[in-house]
Design a protein around this ligand. Structure first.
Ligand code: 15L
Length: 266
């Protein structure tokens, strides 16, 4: 890839912090955007720090200038007040897509979530796992916001030819925290590998992919991600001895029963 600039929204969030060191390349400038404070560049790191909110069209338009691709991680990452989810996750996604279109950014990766389909029954698709293009079955208002994000991505691809990949991320943490995450874990290294594949596609398309590692207890299909060259090198099973219990029936686990509209499980 020739020298290029990648904008990461939500760069100070949990996934943003995990990805930052992993997406550094000699030929890449990372433009890091967040409303929260962003750690300063370490020596040798080619980053641009841009304070800003995805709810502010003017700062998003400025942030998209001279950008080759956007990784949109910004927004609320769990159940919350509907008005906030509407403003930050749904309208914020429209704002970033609109800013991308105006600035001529050809490629956007959207951080969707397994909670867009949290009411899907684990195992309903048989041994191959749930396909990535399973219709949304959100488990929360948060899940609805992720389904809306996917719909907006589809619209911007269809209308404007933008390359849009929605990652239905499982559980992207340093390590899985419970038995459900043994199925849905996306290791930080695999997350970076998957994003590199999204950045390297050659034909503009609209894609929905599961973002998970090659977990022994996988419940979703890796097929769509593998089709763009993703190869997971991690498996949550090495943590299994510390995480006893049984898998929930529904993909979203406790998100399926958390009260709507109030800050829910992380
Ligand atoms: C998500 O979408 C959340 O952002 C993250 O904090 C985890 O809860 C994850 O899903 C999960 O399902 O484990």
């Amino acid at each position: 890839m020739p020298e290029h600039r990648v904008l990461i929204t939500g760069a100070a969030g949990a996934v943003g912090k995990l990805l930052r060191p992993r997406l550094i390349r000699d030929d890449r400038i990372l433009r890091l955007l967040d409303v929260q404070p962003i750690a300063a560049a370490v020596p040798g790191e080619r980053v641009e720090i841009v304070p800003g909110s995805v709810t502010d069209p003017a700062s998003m338009t400025a942030a998209c200038r001279d950008v080759d691709a956007i990784i949109h991680l910004g927004g609320l990452s769990r159940e919350d007040d509907w008005e906030r989810l509407l403003a930050i996750n749904i309208d914020g996604t429209r704002t970033i897509l609109e800013a991308a279109r105006t600035a001529g950014v050809p490629r956007v990766v959207l951080a969707s979530s397994n909670h867009a389909a949290g009411f899907r029954h684990i195992g309903e698709a048989g041994p191959g796992g749930l396909p990535a293009d399973s219709n949304p079955r959100p488990d929360t208002y948060y899940g609805v916001s992720k389904a809306a994000m996917e719909a907006l991505g589809s619209l911007y691809h269809s209308r404007f030819g933008m390359d849009v990949t929605c990652l239905r991320i499982g559980s992207c943490f340093e390590r899985p925290a419970d038995v459900r995450q043994l199925s849905l874990w996306l290791s930080p290294d695999d997350c970076a590998r998957l994003i590199e594949c999204c950045l390297a596609t050659t034909e503009p398309a609209y894609r929905v992919l599961w973002g998970v590692s090659a977990n022994t207890r996988a419940v979703v299909s890796p097929g769509a991600a593998e089709a763009i060259g993703y190869k997971s090198l991690d498996d949550a099973e090495r943590f299994a001895a510390d995480l006893p219990g049984t898998l929930p029936d529904l993909l979203g686990g406790e998100f399926c029963t958390t009260p709507l509209g109030r800050p829910g499980p992380m």
